[in-house]
Ligand binder design. Structure first.
Ligand code: HEC
Ligand code: HEC
Ligand code: HEC
Ligand code: HEC
Ligand code: HEC
Length: 476
């Protein structure tokens, strides 16, 4: 027993204490391993929930752990070549004689320690990759940079979809690409050299076939869908009205419809845009399966030759219409209408629709905007409805609170992000959207413009009516 102990001790001494380089490596690896395991325990017990602990545990410490491990054999080799025994060795590498019990012990110790290291390393790599793929890591680590996108994401239908499922998708080559570009991004954050706001469209975003279509099957959208939109008028009573659209969604080449036309397997749409935000389009090319091509282009005087020289062509996919599936920044009108409909804003407060939209529109992105909102709303009701303020001041306070909340999820002064910074392409009311092409500007060789027939994309069953007949007929 005593002999065994001595042998192990001798093996460890041979391994680590012969030279300072190996000793340093062993200490570095040992301390890092201890800290990594501590971080893992702390994280899995839920004691701290900060992405910085994750960065430490999964990115910084593993670096020093591996660095330490590399120093161990390097030190041994250095020691053998130029080390303490003075004379130059006869062979380039040490000779291992397994008949020598000391050598056997040294090798056994190395094997056991290596197995232990591999175990730690595998655990950390796995946990680390999982951690780096989590929305918390993407959204919170560089907090102020990703705050707008993360905030909008948490209120979107895709909250359960991780950032990477849209931004990276499956497959190793994209994974590696994204990690390499991620390194550049981490550097940009450290140097504060990132653009504000973060530009959209995202350069080299992966084709939606590999991302969106992993979950949504284009062939599945068939038929029509009723869409009821509630607006509130600018009058004292905030009168609600309904617009009823029958959206011709359609799918996969079956008949007419939005998806059947635009994501049909039988034809592809390419468009050319001189605008970095893809809001202005100079040319559209429809290529049929048999190679037949129809080109719609803008008149000569619409774009300058310099602008056209920088134009890029792109194949249209899901994201050209659904460009805000997850980071849905809204306009004041949409937000106030929605808050009135859900009751978060009190629709019995006189003129709250008009006042809310005006106040929010003015709050364009100063840190002091929330106070401005409070002051404007309070002054309005004190001047015009003093009795209301006296009897039920909390109604005004609640409205102020809700308007401030709307501001907070759409306007981010630090990132220069304000109302309309990221246009939504799905529609044509607030942004050009579908009318980027379905307008009078783009014409084919026969002088025919891209279709603008109101009934091609939807039937308008009612428009801003207080009591649409059609809803009664549908039993809604
Ligand atoms: C459902 C898919 C989806 C998910 C989930 C998603 N994104 Fe996005 N993201 C997009 C699309 C689409 C764009 C716009 C791409 C374009 O226009 O080229 C975008 C754009 C961005 C941009 C560029 C700025 C902007 O607002 O356009 C950032 C930054 C971003 N996303 C970060 C994130 C982060 C962080 C998460 C997770 C918290 C996330 N995304 C989750 C689809 C998604
Ligand atoms: C990991 C799976 C997944 C991916 C990837 C994904 N989605 Fe979705 N998407 C969903 C689920 C689940 C829902 C339903 C959410 C709900 O009904 O609340 C949904 C809902 C939607 C809706 C309906 C939203 C609404 O307001 O009702 C649209 C549009 C949509 N996705 C488009 C996209 C686009 C475009 C992409 C690619 C940028 C994408 N999705 C990527 C799973 C996914
Ligand atoms: C030409 C523009 C366009 C393209 C391209 C497009 N969509 Fe759509 N999509 C729409 C419109 C418009 C709607 C209806 C929106 C509404 O009703 O608010 C819609 C609705 C949807 C919905 C909701 C369907 C439902 O039943 O609620 C999903 C999911 C969706 N699209 C996914 C996709 C995917 C995935 C792709 C790519 C394969 C795609 N879309 C390509 C315009 C487009
Ligand atoms: C990049 C240009 C472009 C954009 C953006 C675009 N479209 Fe189109 N779309 C076309 C072209 C070109 C045609 C073919 C027009 C024709 O032949 O008359 C077309 C045809 C259609 C058709 C078939 C029309 C018919 O008469 O049967 C529908 C439906 C349609 N688009 C819906 C939409 C919707 C909805 C949007 C917005 C969410 C949209 N498109 C955005 C270029 C575009
Ligand atoms: C190329 C397809 C397309 C054409 C053509 C088109 N629309 Fe639309 N329209 C849409 C889409 C997509 C939406 C958005 C639906 C939604 O809110 O998700 C929309 C929304 C609307 C809305 C509701 C807006 C709101 O928020 O209240 C009205 C009203 C409307 N369209 C009227 C028209 C009229 C009138 C025409 C004819 C001049 C027309 N549209 C032509 C695609 C089209």
């Amino acid at each position: 027993m005593e002999r065994k102990k001595r042998m192990i001790l001798a093996a460890l001494t041979t391994l680590f204490c012969r030279n300072w380089l190996t000793l340093l490596g062993a200490m570095l690896a040992g301390i890092s391993a201890f800290l990594i395991v501590s971080c893992l325990i702390v994280c899995s017990l839920g004691l701290v929930d900060s992405p910085y602990v994750g960065i430490l545990a999964f990115m910084v410490l593993p670096g020093s752990f591996v660095g330490g491990l590399l120093l161990v054999p390097l030190g041994a080799l250095w020691d053998y070549k130029f080390g303490s025994h003075g004379k130059k060795p006869d062979t380039p590498f040490p000779i291992l004689d397994f008949n020598n019990p000391h050598t056997r012990h040294v090798v056994t110790t190395v094997v056991i320690l290596t197995a232990f290291n591999l175990l730690i390393f595998a655990t950390v790599s796995y946990q680390g990759l999982q951690f780096m793929d989590s929305p918390e890591f993407c959204g919170k680590t560089c907090h102020s940079v990703m705050e707008p996108e993360y905030t909008a994401y948490t209120g979107s239908p895709h909250l359960r979809v991780r950032c990477i499922e849209c931004h990276i998708g499956p497959g190793t080559s994209w994974f590696v690409k994204s990690k390499i570009s991620g390194l550049g991004q981490v550097l940009a954050v450290a140097m504060h050299s990132y653009p504000t706001p973060i530009p959209s469209p995202v350069e080299n975003l992966r084709p939606s076939r590999d991302t969106c279509e992993q979950c949504h099957w284009p062939e599945k959208f068939v038929g029509d869908r009723v869409k009821i939109i509630t607006h509130y008028q600018d009058d004292e009573a905030n009168t609600p009205t309904k617009t009823v659209l029958l959206m011709h969604l359609g799918g996969g080449g079956q008949g007419k419809g939005i998806h059947s036309w635009h994501i049909s397997p039988d034809k592809q749409t390419f468009y050319t845009t001189p605008d970095p935000k893809r809001q202005k389009i100079s040319k559209v090319r429809i290529v049929q399966k048999d190679g037949k091509e129809t080109v719609y282009s803008a008149g000569k005087d619409v774009f300058t030759p310099e602008a056209l020289a920088h134009a890029e062509e792109r194949k249209m996919d899901c994201i050209d219409c659904h460009n805000r599936p997850s980071h849905v920044f809204k306009m004041p009108v949409t937000e106030v209408d929605a808050a009135l409909e859900t009751g978060k804003l009190d629709a019995t407060l006189p003129y709250i629709k008009k006042l809310g939209v005006e106040t929010l529109t003015e709050a364009k992105g100063q840190e002091s905007d929330p106070e401005l909102i409070a002051q404007k709303v309070r002054t309005f009701y004190q001047d015009k409805y003093p009795d209301l303020v006296k009897s039920t001041p909390e109604r005004v306070d609640t409205a102020i609170h809700e308007l401030q909340a709307i501001w907070k999820r759409n306007v981010f002064p630090k990132m220069n992000l304000t109302w309309g910074t990221h246009p939504n392409n799905l529609g044509h009311e607030q942004f050009p959207g579908c009318f980027r092409c379905h307008d009078d500007v783009l014409k084919n060789a026969d002088g025919k413009a891209v279709g603008q027939d109101c009934d091609a994309c939807h039937s308008v069953l009612a428009m801003d009516e207080t009591n649409p007949e059609v809803l009664k007929q549908l039993g809604l």
